[in-house]
Design a protein around this ligand. Structure first.
Ligand SMILES: NC(=O)c1ccc[n+]([C@@H]2O[C@H](COP(=O)([O-])OP(=O)(O)OC[C@H]3O[C@@H](n4cnc5c(N)ncnc54)[C@H](O)[C@@H]3O)[C@@H](O)[C@H]2O)c1
Length: 323
């Protein structure tokens, strides 16, 4: 079966999906809509089978497709997913699934009611090193989790505007919060502090320069995830370290490190997790079997809840309970 795919949002991450879908013979990109017509034109130059549309509604009404990739910035999520779900179109939604928890729950309700297949772009879950980390941690009680996304500021303008991106923890470090939930467990409560002022030369910048989010996990572990966008370009500390007794499992952007007393074993990823994510989704749509999808919409909403709780805590100075 050919899986006919449409895109809403045809910018940076959509281009990454395009490159993957070109390697998946069962996938055909047949339609695209973006608020920027130049992006639509570029997508359709890349795929001869692709028709470009000047409105999402026209695309929904005119094009025939099985699945929709929603690759818009965080603030633009909601309506596209609900309309597609109502028509029984399967969804791959980029992370984070929004900046508004109530809206994300409405989308979740629409997805559940329609019974469509759904996947969210938490690609760290598809790393072979993540699977090895899960194996190393199986049955081990966790005492401490330390996570990081410390890097330079992304270049897309919407990222710097809190109302559009949600800020770094919500938009970017969300991968690390999600990985923690995936490998270690659910969050019970959140307390966070943030600071800003170092990046005020950037226009329209109102997100935090740095934040530290302290969490109690339901299994009793203590967790801390730090974000910062002030590091020099070309540097970066990104990943998650999980501590058990006599064991550290670190899933980092530089690879996996598993440390036991006087011994550390390092493994580099041998897979492209983005490609595996796209393969899993296309295979699910082709077969109706969702078992290869590692991040569902409902699961991603729980990650959003944690990161939005961190924003709430930064604003109020209070501990925010989850769930
Ligand atoms: N999974 C990952 O590792 C990963 C990596 C990068 C980006 N992302 C996510 O993908 C999303 C998009 O990021 P990007 O880097 O592609 O951004 P981008 O700015 O490069 O692309 C976004 C596109 O959406 C279009 N757009 C904006 N508002 C729209 C609207 N209301 N309707 C239709 N189109 C609209 C823009 O014109 C642009 O072409 C973000 O949520 C980001 O977090 C995920």
């Amino acid at each position: 079966m050919t899986v006919r795919i449409a895109f809403v949002g045809a910018g940076g991450i959509a281009s990454n999906h395009f490159g993957n879908l070109e390697q998946i013979p069962e996938a055909a990109v047949v339609a695209a809509y973006d608020a920027d017509p130049a992006r639509v034109a570029a997508a359709c130059r890349r795929f001869p089978s692709c028709a470009g549309y000047e409105s999402f509604k026209k695309m929904l009404d005119s094009a025939h497709f099985d699945a929709l990739y929603v690759c818009v910035p965080p603030f633009a999520h909601g309506e596209y997913e609900v309309e597609a779900a109502r028509r029984g179109i399967h969804l791959l939604v980029e992370k984070p699934v929004g900046v508004d928890l109530a809206r994300a729950r409405e989308v979740q309700h629409a997805i559940d009611s329609a019974g469509i297949l759904n996947s969210v772009g938490y690609h760290w879950r598809y790393l072979d090193t993540t699977a090895l980390a899960a194996q190393a941690l199986a049955g081990k009680p966790v005492g401490l989790v330390l996570g990081y996304w410390i890097g330079a500021m992304p270049q897309v303008s919407w990222w710097r505007v809190r109302a559009q991106s949600g800020g770094q923890a919500v938009e970017q470090t969300t991968h690390i919060f999600d990985l923690m939930r995936y490998l270690v467990g659910e969050v019970e409560s959140v307390y966070a502090v943030g600071s800003s002022g170092l990046m005020s030369n950037w226009p329209n910048y109102d997100v935090d320069d740095a934040s530290v989010v302290t969490m109690r996990l339901r299994n009793g572990a203590t967790a801390s995830i730090t974000s910062a966008d002030i590091a020099p370009r070309g540097t970066g500390t990104v990943g998650l370290q999980v501590y058990s007794r006599d064991l550290i499992v670190a899933v980092m952007n530089t690879g996996l490190k598993v440390s036991t007393p006087y011994h550390t074993e390092e493994t580099l990823p041998a897979v492209n997790p983005y490609l595996l994510e796209d393969r899993a989704f296309v295979a699910a749509v082709a077969s109706g079997d969702a078992s290869g999808i590692k991040s569902t919409y409902a699961d991603a909403v729980r990650t959003l809840e944690v990161t939005l709780a961190a924003s709430e805590s930064m604003a109020s100075g209070r501990v925010v309970p989850i769930g």
